[in-house]
Design a protein around this ligand. Sequence first.
Ligand SMILES: NC(=O)c1ccc[n+]([C@@H]2O[C@H](COP(=O)([O-])OP(=O)(O)OC[C@H]3O[C@@H](n4cnc5c(N)ncnc54)[C@H](O)[C@@H]3O)[C@@H](O)[C@H]2O)c1
Ligand SMILES: O=C(O)C1=N[C@H](C(=O)O)CCC1
Length: 261
Amino acid sequence: MTIKVGVQGALGQMGQEVMKAVIAAPDLSLVGGCDVKAKDSSLMIGSIYVPLSADPRKLLDKTKPDILVDFSLATAVPQTAEIAAKAGVSIVIGTTGLNPQVLSRLEELAKEHRIGIMVAPNFALGAVIMMELAKTAAKYLDWAEIIELHHEKKADAPSGTSIATARGMAAAREKPFESPAGEIEHKSRGEEFYGVPIHSVRLPGLVAHQEVIFGALGQTLTIRHDTTSRESFMPGVLLAIREMASRKGEFIFGLDKLLGF
Ligand SMILES: NC(=O)c1ccc[n+]([C@@H]2O[C@H](COP(=O)([O-])OP(=O)(O)OC[C@H]3O[C@@H](n4cnc5c(N)ncnc54)[C@H](O)[C@@H]3O)[C@@H](O)[C@H]2O)c1
Ligand SMILES: O=C(O)C1=N[C@H](C(=O)O)CCC1
């Protein structure tokens, strides 16, 4: 059976990449795109006309997708999710910067409306493996810091990936990480999440990169992941679409849950 897919944030860098990937997948059908910048019209991708709207309600009424994929802006996600949930449409969310209250509401929506909702801060397989390796290292090494580096147009800081990495690392340990007393008070020492300082770099020329650096007596361990093209996210996004179409009532945070880690 073909899974019908709509894309929120369709005119953005990720939205455009997702639409191309969905069109290329034989078991998926791209039914439309939505973006605050869009006029009610259509967009030609290759030889396909894709209906566009600025209003997610209109898009869902007109095109009736099974899944809505959202790569937009954190402030847009709560309203989009309420609209999709009421229409019985499952959601795959890659948008980062969602606060814990929004995540809790998404979990409620999945149950209330018997839809699948997945939120993943990073759909690149290598980034998910980096996070898993960081959890392992965190069990044994008592000092850690994260440097995340992204393109200059990124709306949020620190990245969703770095916050999720820090949370996973802290949860894997039985005690807090060590830190130099008082040092974190200095602005240039980053912002602490779950006891791990995170430093954010924003520069043109970058896509998405992260280093997790551990320290111990006489040694350091660096785990680094580099995204050099947004195509890296597409296998993970397509996997999430295929899975969430049938996971009614489930809320899942993180691609690792679908990869059996
Ligand atoms: N999970 C992942 O693997 C992953 C990968 C890359 C990016 N991201 C995240 O995806 C999001 C989008 O990234 P991007 O690089 O494509 O950004 P972008 O700025 O290129 O695209 C965002 C799009 O969303 C649209 N938008 C903004 N507000 C909207 C609203 N209220 N309603 C509808 N559309 C709206 C914008 O017009 C824009 O076209 C960011 O949060 C980013 O951090 C996640
Ligand atoms: O380009 C972005 O923006 C990305 N954001 C994600 C994050 O915040 O972790 C993942 C990688 C790309």
